[in-house]
Design a protein around this ligand. Structure first.
Ligand code: NDP
Length: 344
């Protein structure tokens, strides 16, 4: 039986990943920051009648502490796949270097060093990177930019410290660069794949307890539901992929030989805030959200060739959930507390 380690198991993406791993028959050891987070995940799995006996957790309070993963790996020589999802994803850091850059970079290095030292039986490693390690944003972006799995965000360390958005983008870029540098320098006994998703939307793996504040990417939708009919719309443009597909891609990344050494760039569609609002207004008119300027919602669909992800699509071989379905599932879960089903 394959035992998979998932760092940051209590996160939005990781919870869906843990769920899908268990559904596929894997045994999972997750790292969480506190016993209460581990217990809550275990009890959520039990409530959905998932095989919670195949889920256990280890406490890793801070991935950036030297040797953070050493004890967990020493204790579990049965682990053969390591998936590193843990990384800070928020824009509220006061000290950008300390709260975003260092945990992302050192957390990733700590994971790789621990696997090399204490888990020689691990042959496959998957690291959750991001589209923001691939594209050009802010002062680096130009009209007509095109990106593929080969592209890199050119951001530098100093610019990353200028604001929290650049800080997050830098954190993902430098953490992923650390991965490929490690592979080149150390030639470890494991192969690595990275998963580079766009903005991850879609339902939470488990019923939502409080909708005041969800994880950063789910807030993209949750914050719209709090708008008043006369609120002004702040337009954000982004790329999107559903969380169920992101989890599925992490699993494919270690199951498929052709994913070894690859960056899997996951983008289902591009969107803007008006486009999200149009979908919510069409499907949930009873919420009486502002209409904005509906015609502007399709703006990004006119430039569909910015992102070429053909290499990834060929490796994964499955169709992605579309934006409308993803938004609909997210909103119904937030307003009705319905449990979303993973699509395997
Ligand atoms: P969440 O914030 O829900 O999950 C992040 C996880 O990392 C949490 O379990 C968090 O623990 C843990 N974590 C953060 N910092 C530390 C630390 N210093 N020590 C230990 N654990 C830590 O975010 P997502 O699920 O959205 O993100 C998961 C991964 O996916 C991240 O690497 C993120 O960069 C990447 N990603 C996310 C996208 C998205 O749109 N959601 C898009 C592209 C990439 P705790 O909650 O206890 O603090």
């Amino acid at each position: 039986m394959t035992v998979v380690f998932v760092s940051g198991a209590s996160g939005f993406i990781a919870q869906e990943l843990v769920k899908q791993l268990l559904q596929k028959g894997y045994t999972v050891i997750g790292s969480v920051r506190s016993p209460s987070k581990g217990d809550s995940l275990k009890s959520n799995l039990l409530k959905l009648n998932l095989p919670s006996d195949r889920f256990n957790y280890e406490i890793v309070p801070d991935i950036s502490s030297p040797g953070a993963f050493d004890d967990a790996l020493k204790k579990h020589p049965e682990i053969s796949v390591f998936i590193h999802t843990a990384s800070p994803f928020h824009f509220k850091a006061k000290d950008i270097e300390k709260e975003l850059l260092i945990p992302a970079i050192n957390g990733t290095k700590n994971a790789l060093i621990a696997i090399q030292k204490y888990a020689p039986q691990v042959k496959r490693v998957v690291v959750t990177s991001s589209v923001v390690a691939v594209g050009k944003y802010g002062k680096y972006a130009s009209p007509g930019d095109k990106f593929t799995e080969q592209s890199w965000n050119p951001i530098d360390f100093e610019t990353s410290k200028k604001n929290t958005v650049y800080g997050y983008f830098g954190s993902k870029t430098f953490a992923e660069q650390a991965v490929w540098m490690f592979v080149e320098k150390e030639n470890p006994g494991f192969s690595v794949s990275t998963v580079n998703p766009g903005m991850v939307l879609g339902p939470q793996a488990f019923p939502i307890r409080g909708r005041d504040k969800l994880n950063t990417s789910s807030e993209e939708i949750n914050r719209l539901l709090k708008l008043k009919p006369d609120s002004k719309i702040v337009n954000v443009e982004s790329t999107f992929v559903d969380v169920r597909d992101v989890a599925k891609a992490h699993i494919a990344a270690f199951e498929k030989d052709e994913a070894q050494g690859k960056r899997l760039l996951l983008i289902a569609e591009s969107y803007n805030t008006q486009g999200l609002l149009n979908i919510v207004n069409k499907n949930f008119p009873e919420l009486e959200l502002p209409k904005g300027d509906p015609a502007k919602g399709d703006a990004l669909k006119t430039a569909p060739d910015t992102w070429n992800t053909d290499v990834t699509k060929k490796i994964l071989g499955f169709d992605y959930i579309g934006l409308e379905e993803s938004v609909r599932d997210s909103v119904s879960q937030i307003i009705d507390g319905k449990i979303a089903q993973s699509r395997l």
